[in-house]
Design a protein around this ligand. Structure first.
Ligand code: KG4
Ligand code: ZN
Length: 352
């Protein structure tokens, strides 16, 4: 089974072809991506109108390249999948319409993919792991702990009440005068800084509900910076290191709470899976690996290129859903908001 996947929900335009391996898991035949970071950087964040336009300009070429590199024709595919949300509406419309059109013309089954479900299922493509597992999704737009019980069967057990973790990194970078996107910059500066110099809060610490709150931490960084301004390079390094140390503690503590809730409500997870752009952070990876080994859990961190937005995860989700007969009609509308654990109207389209 080979499926084309299309991703256009944020600032990455991507197309990929993935094949189902005989024993399970996916083989990525091609994974084409155009990152729009350079186009948004002058504005310090993603500009929806620029993103939509760039998707229009780039998507055709990426789909063509993805098919070529996979050495398949449209006619050889078994299905076409496109992200239908959540995300920026202009971009979602571009990818969703392209996917539907290709499926219509080539007479292939069509799958409208929830972008969050695609992040959630990536570890099954890369590591062929069993349900259920605990997912920590940490990106610029999302911060969630999810019990992944099966395809189309998710229980969100925690999320952020204010900023996403990546968003907090980006905002801290901005207030310290570092370029966008801030996450990698903060990590770089933290490397040479003193993480114990500033006593920053660990919001939600010890709370049994596995939610996150990060805006207070970001404010604490701002206040600490204002107190010692003007900032020297060393001050910036130390602020970055102290902030990152706080985030590592917060993530570990929230995962501990998440695991407890998981065991109460779902049972024993086969693994802790981390996804989203923030999973590229080495200090966070090390913190999670410490936590997982302490808890006797297998930790799965897909390679960074599959943690951030990509087409392969959309194609893989298309495969997983098609195997269950969960295909969609061409009337499927884009969904700017689409929580993982709310699929009230999906049963209409699916056969399973
Ligand atoms: O998943 P992603 O590529 O896009 C979405 O938000 O969907 O994640 C991007 C986010 C940005 O906020 C970026 O600053 C953050 O991930 N990020 C990092 C690192 N690399 C990317 N945060 C901390 N450390 C990093 N090394
Ligand atoms: Zn994403």
């Amino acid at each position: 089974m080979r499926v084309l996947g299309i991703e256009t929900t944020c600032d990455e335009t991507a197309a990929a072809v993935v094949a189902l391996r005989p024993g399970g898991g996916g083989e990525i035949l091609s994974n084409e991506i155009y990152s729009q970071i350079a186009e948004h950087a002058p504005f310090g964040g993603v500009v929806p109108e620029i993103a939509a336009r760039a998707h229009v300009e780039r998507l055709d070429g990426l789909v063509r390249a993805a098919l070529q590199k996979a050495n398949v024709r449209l006619a050889d595919l078994d299905g076409i999948a496109a992200a239908a949300g959540p995300g920026l509406i202009g971009g979602v419309m571009v990818g969703l319409t392209a996917g539907k059109t290709l499926a219509l013309v080539a007479r292939k089954p069509f799958v409208a993919v929830n972008h969050l479900e695609a992040h959630a299922l990536t570890a099954r493509m890369t590591d062929n792991i069993e349900f259920p597992y605990l997912l920590l999704l940490v990106s610029g737009g999302h911060t969630q702990l999810v019990a992944v019980r099966g395809v189309n069967d998710y229980l969100r057990i925690g999320s952020t009440v204010d900023d996403a973790v990546g968003e907090a990194f980006d905002k801290v970078a901005k207030l310290l005068g570092l370029p966008y996107p801030g996450g990698p910059q903060v990590e770089l500066r933290a490397h040479q800084g003193d993480g114990a110099r500033f006593a920053l809060p660990r919001p939600m610490h010890g709370r049994p509900t596995p939610d996150f709150s990060l805006s207070g931490l970001k404010t604490a960084v701002r206040l600490a910076a204002e107190r010692i301004s003007p900032l020297s390079n060393t001050d910036v390094d130390d602020l970055c290191a102290s902030f990152q140390a706080a985030i590592v503690d917060v993530i570990e503590d929230r995962c501990r709470a998440g695991l407890r809730v998981f065991r109460e409500k779902v049972g024993y997870p086969s693994a802790l899976v981390v996804a989203g752009g923030v999973a590229a952070n080495d200090a966070i990876r090390r913190g999670l690996s410490r936590f997982a080994s302490g808890a006797g859990l297998k930790l799965i961190t897909p390679p960074p290129a599959l943690c951030t937005d990509n087409g392969a995860m959309i194609a893989w989700t298309g495969i997983e859903r098609q195997l269950l007969g969960l295909t969609d009609g061409f009337d499927f509308a884009p969904r700017p908001r689409w929580p993982l654990d709310q699929n009230p109207d999906r049963a209409h389209h699916g056969k399973a």
